[in-house]
Design a protein around this ligand. Structure first.
Ligand code: GLN
Length: 480
C-alpha cells in the first residue's frame, strides 16, 4: 500500500504513530494531482499553498503531543458548487468562472473545525445538472478506470479524485443521483443522505426540495467517519433536522443476520445491462449467505419517477437560477445591450450552457399559467404517492437493494446529443431523492471488461447507520 491509497482510518493511525506526517500525506496527494489531473480533469482549482499550510498546522499539533481527530490532516476535495471562503466557486458555469466566495458553507466550517486539508475544488456538471460531468465549462472529467469513459455526474470530479488517489474523501451533492452514480461508475462508495441530515447553507441550490450534500470515500467505514462530522442541525438551514446524530461508526457491527432486504422487481426490468443485473444479484445473494433475509417487493410507482423529476426539478432550478443574472451574481454580457429585455437575452445566452438553458425552459413552462395544473401540481401528487410507497415498503423490510445505475460507465460523448438517454442513467437513483430517504452506493463487482458496478442500499429516513452497516459488511466480505 502506498501513502495515497490508504483509507482515512489507516492514514489516521499512521499519523498518530508518526509513520508519516500530514505534510508528506498532502504532498503525496499533490503529486498524484500533478501526475493525473491534466488528463482526468477532476480538479478545476488546486489550493496547493493552503493545503500545505493546513498540513503543517496539524503536524505542529502532533509534534506538541496533542491528540488528533479522525479527519485531522487528511487531504480531501470539495465539489465546486460548495462555498469555501476566498476560493472561487464556479458551479462549472461559464458565468461564474471568477466568482470568489465571501464565506464558508456550513459543511466546510464543520470540516475546517475537524482539521481538513483541502486540496481543491472538483469539476461538476453545470449547477449539478447532468449524469456525466460533460456539461461543465471546464470539459469532461475522465473515468480513472477507463479514460475514454465518463466518471459519472454531476459530482464526477469528486468521485474521480478519490478513485485516482488524488484525495482521501470528497464532498459532493446528490439531487437525483449525483453522488451514487459517479461512485458506481468509478468503483468507490458514495453516500446520499436523508433530506435535511446535512446542512446546505453555502451550497448553490439546484432543486431546493431535493438537494442533499454527501460524500465519497475509499471505504464505507470512512464514509461513516465523515458523516459524523458533517451531519446535524444548522440554524442557517431551516430544512435541517433536529434528529440526533448517532455515532455512525459504532453502528457498523458487521452483522446482517436477520436483516430483511427487499428487492424491488421494477429495478431489474427494462433496459438494464445484463452484467449489472447479474452482479447486483450476486451481491444480494452474498448478503443472504451472511444471514440476511431476502424477499422480492414491488414499487410500481417507480416508473413515473424520472418523468416527475424532470417536471419538478427544472421548476425549482428555473427559480433558483434567476439570481445568476449578471446583476446579483454571474458575469455581464460582453456586448452592449439595447434595453433591459435585450440585456437578459444576451446575458442568459452567454451565462449558461445548453443543458441549463433547456432546463430553465422546461421549468418556466411547467410553472406557467395554463400548464401549472397539468404538469407541476400533478407531478407533486405523484411525488407523494412515491413517498407513501417507500413508507409502506419499509414496514415490510429493513433495507431495499437495487443496482445504482442500469449500466456501467458509458463513453464520453455517447449521450451528450440525446438528453433523454442521459436522464435515464438516473432511473434507479431518482426515486430515492423523490422520497428524501438515504441510499448508499457500494462497489459490488465489475463487468468482464473491468468496469465497476455498484449496489444501491436504501433505508428509511435518518437510517444512514443501517445502510452503512449493510454496505460495510458486504464490502468487507468482498475484500476478504
Ligand atoms: N443526473 C441528474 C440530473 O441531471 C441528477 C443531478 C444531481 O443529482 N445533482 O438532474
Amino acid at each position: 500500500m502506498s501513502l495515497v491509497n490508504q483509507s482515512i482510518v489507516q492514514a489516521n493511525s499512521g499519523l498518530k504513530a508518526k509513520k508519516f506526517s500530514a505534510l508528506e500525506l498532502t504532498e503525496a496527494c499533490l503529486r498524484e494531482i500533478e501526475g493525473h489531473n491534466s488528463r482526468i480533469n477532476a480538479y478545476v482549482t488546486v489550493t496547493k499553498k493552503d493545503a500545505l499550510e493546513s498540513a503543517r498546522q496539524v503536524d505542529k499539533k502532533i509534534a506538541s503531543g496533542e491528540s488528533i481527530g479522525m479527519l485531522e490532516g487528511i487531504p480531501m476535495a470539495i465539489k465546486d458548487i460548495i462555498n469555501v471562503q476566498g476560493i472561487r466557486t464556479t458551479c462549472g458555469s461559464p458565468g461564474l468562472r471568477d466568482f470568489v466566495s465571501p464565506y464558508d458553507a456550513t459543511v466546510v466550517s464543520k470540516l475546517k473545525h475537524a482539521g481538513m486539508v483541502l486540496l481543491g475544488k472538483t469539476n461538476c456538471d453545470e449547477f449539478a445538472c447532468g449524469s456525466s460531468t460533460e456539461h461543465s465549462c471546464f470539459g469532461p472529467t475522465r473515468n480513472p478506470r477507463d479514460e475514454t469513459r465518463v466518471a459519472g455526474g454531476s459530482s464526477g470530479g469528486s468521485a474521480a479524485a478519490v478513485a485516482k488517489n488524488m484525495a482521501f474523501y470528497a464532498l459532493g451533492t446528490d439531487t437525483g443521483g449525483s453522488i451514487r452514480e459517479p461512485a458506481s461508475f468509478c468503483g468507490i462508495p458514495g453516500l446520499k443522505v436523508t433530506y435535511g441530515r446535512v446542512s446546505r447553507f453555502g451550497v448553490t441550490a439546484m432543486a431546493s426540495s431535493w438537494d442533499t450534500v454527501g460524500h465519497f470515500a475509499r471505504t464505507v467505514e470512512d464514509l461513516a467517519h465523515v458523516l459524523k462530522e458533517i451531519a446535524g442541525h444548522d440554524v442557517y438551514d431551516s430544512t435541517t433536522s433536529q434528529v440526533k446524530v448517532p455515532d455512525y461508526t459504532a453502528l457498523l457491527t458487521g452483522s446482517v443476520s436477520g436483516l430483511r432486504i427487499g428487492v424491488p422487481k421494477e429495478y431489474f426490468e427494462g433496459a438494464i445491462d445484463p452484467e449489472v443485473k447479474e452482479t447486483v444479484w450476486r451481491a444480494i445473494r452474498q448478503l443472504e449467505t451472511m444471514g440476511a433475509l431476502v424477499q422480492e417487493i414491488s414499487l410500481p410507482m417507480t416508473r413515473y419517477a424520472v418523468a416527475l423529476y424532470y417536471i419538478l426539478t427544472p421548476a425549482e432550478l428555473s427559480a433558483n437560477l434567476a439570481r445568476f443574472d449578471g446583476i446579483r451574481f454571474g458575469s455581464k454580457p460582453t456586448n452592449e445591450a439595447d434595453d433591459l429585455v435585450d440585456y437578459y437575452f444576451k446575458q442568459r445566452a452567454q451565462g449558461f450552457g445548453d443543458e441549463i438553458k433547456r432546463r430553465i425552459m422546461i421549468g418556466t413552462y411547467v410553472l406557467s399559467a395554463g400548464y401549472y395544473d397539468a404538469y407541476y401540481s400533478k407531478a407533486q401528487k405523484v411525488r407523494t404517492k412515491i413517498i407513501q410507497e417507500f413508507d409502506e415498503a419499509f414496514k415490510e423490510v429493513d433495507v431495499i437493494c437495487s443496482p445504482v445505475a442500469p449500466m456501467p460507465a458509458f463513453k464520453i460523448g455517447e449521450k451528450t446529443q440525446d438528453p433523454l438517454a442521459m436522464y435515464l442513467a438516473d432511473a434507479m437513483t431518482i426515486p430515492i431523492n423523490t422520497a428524501g430517504i438515504p441510499a448508499l452506493a457500494v462497489p459490488c463487482g465489475e463487468t468482464k471488461s473491468g468496469l465497476p458496478i455498484g449496489l444501491q442500499i436504501m433505508g428509511p429516513q435518518f437510517e444512514e447507520g443501517r445502510v452503512l452497516l449493510v454496505g460495510d459488511a458486504l464490502e468487507k466480505r468482498i475484500k476478504a
